[in-house]
Ligand binder design. Sequence first.
Ligand SMILES: Nc1ncnc2c1ncn2[C@@H]1O[C@H](COP(=O)(O)OP(=O)(O)O)[C@@H](O)[C@H]1O
Ligand SMILES: [Mg+2]
Length: 229
Amino acid sequence: MNSIDELQAALQAHNYIANRSLATAVYLALKLERPLFLEGEPGVGKTEIAKVLAAALGADLIRLQCYEGLDVSQAVYEWNYTRQLLHIRLLEAQGAKAGKAELFGEEFLLARPLLQAIDPQRSQPPVLLIDEIDRSDAEFEAFLLEILSDYQITIPEIGPIRARHKPIVILTSNRTREIHDALKRRCLYAWIEYPDFQKEYQIVRAKLPHAPGQLARQVTRFIQELRQA
Ligand SMILES: Nc1ncnc2c1ncn2[C@@H]1O[C@H](COP(=O)(O)OP(=O)(O)O)[C@@H](O)[C@H]1O
Ligand SMILES: [Mg+2]
């Protein structure tokens, strides 16, 4: 992407309508290689823009859906106990014993979204969507801050794993609570407003290209009025 216009057009080609200010924020996040933090009411297109951006860039989309109690084993990695057990049994059957080092090797590792995103074997940066961060708890936020500062994760049994290409990170929040300043400072920030008539009309036309223009206008006007009521 070589300009804001080009980015805006690429999003539009995937049926995503971004106004100039949102397209600018995304463009800067790409150029400066900084995470983008998007806030706004539910339904304004925060999740969708990450999906569309990945499609437009031809990049993988990795999504971490946040929830209360989200922890490292779901966000980063866990050991595949079933496979480890099988391996031990198999060796036992052969009269051998499994060493600790071989049981905690990469073939027994289950990579969750954050680890997948920094996998050094990737040839191209993925889009990492950290969705609805306001649902997770403060400890997880602190942990995330650490990862977003050096894109490195240390697994005690294996050592540090570091991204070769910084992932393109989009964090979203529906603002059910305030996100810590330290995390916000690490990111570029954009607030997505409810669409005005023009933008919403464009969205309706993009989604329903065969609907008559008159009908699309009426529906859009109705929704705009409903939102004000
Ligand atoms: N600017 C937009 N352009 C195209 N579709 C949009 C836009 N904003 C929202 N949508 C559509 O509205 C729906 C809700 O968007 P979503 O990204 O899930 O909202 P959020 O994550 O902000 O709650 C999706 O089906 C999405 O395609
Ligand atoms: Mg969403």
